[in-house]
Ligand binder design. Structure first.
Ligand code: PEP
Ligand code: MN
Length: 264
């Protein structure tokens, strides 16, 4: 179902008034790694909106590597995300980690995110597929393109065609960056599948100075959008501050993207 052989025309995924796919303006999703408090979310939403971001992100259920790291605000966080999105007129996306969180996430969010660590959580994929909500599916950190597309197949097999793929870097021997951004998957997936694909340069690099240039590289490679971590005070972030852009940094990236789009 995900294959272009089966479905030759590119799919444009419409989600909360935003369109991902061929012939559409690339979509910029931005916001903090984690929802921390009301002020942080409202400030982040204002910065994202002012700079031209189209979707607000923020994690309420966080898949942290260690159990002692901030695990997210849960349902309270979902409410703060929704409130901040509504305040600025931005649709919101957030990660769902477990089936028993789906109902609450669907109640508060416009797009479901399935994270790298859950790309092969097949039961979660099936239920997310059945929810009928648009799903942003992130590539597993050690997943081949074939496995990535097979995971997306689970969503489509439930009758859910609104699937957006997201490359977020893969695990390699290289430790200078958090992950290795596999940009060649963008043109490859565009050949192999009809689904839109976006790139997350924040988790791919783990380093703030690398984020803008890799975001632009992703768009040149043909990505249908980017997802960027933006925090009003990155140095105080409870999660992923080192890879988060400030509001100013994001505004400057958006200016550069605007200039670039004239040539794409
Ligand atoms: C995220 O986007 O918040 C996240 C946890 O990313 P990933 O699943 O790609 O690690
Ligand atoms: Mn993060």
């Amino acid at each position: 179902l995900v294959s272009r052989d089966f479905h030759p025309e590119s799919t444009v995924v419409e989600a909360a008034g935003v369109r991902f796919g061929d012939g559409q303006r690339p979509v910029v999703i931005a916001g903090p790694c984690s929802i921390e408090n009301e002020k942080q979310m409202l400030d982040a939403a204002r910065q994202v909106k002012a700079a031209g971001g189209q979707v607000l992100r923020g994690g309420a259920f966080k898949p942290r590597t260690g159990p002692h790291s901030f695990q997210g605000l849960g349902v309270e966080g979902l409410k703060l995300l929704r409130q901040a999105g509504d305040a600025e007129g931005l649709p919101v996306i957030t990660e769902v980690m477990r089936i028993d969180q789906l109902e609450a996430v669907c109640r508060h969010a416009d797009i479901l995110q399935i994270g790298a660590r859950n790309m092969q959580n097949f039961d979660l994929l099936k239920e997310a597929g059945r929810s009928g909500f648009p799903v942003l599916l992130k590539r597993g950190m050690s997943a081949t393109i074939e496995e990535f597309l097979a995971a997306a197949e689970y969503l489509l097999a439930e009758g859910n065609e609104r699937v957006i793929l997201c490359e977020r870097g893969i695990r390699t021997f290289e430790r200078a960056t958090r992950n290795t951004l596999d940009l060649s998957v963008v043109p490859l997936i565009r050949q192999m599948s009809h689904l839109p694909i976006i790139v997350d340069p924040s988790h791919a690099t783990g380093k703030r100075p690398l984020v803008p240039v890799m975001a632009k590289a992703a768009l040149v490679a043909g990505a249908h959008g980017i997802m960027v971590e933006v925090h009003p005070e990155p140095e105080k972030a409870l999660c992923d501050g080192a890879q988060s852009l400030s509001g100013e940094g994001f505004a400057s990236l958006m200016g550069e993207v605007e200039g670039l789009l004239k040539y794409l």
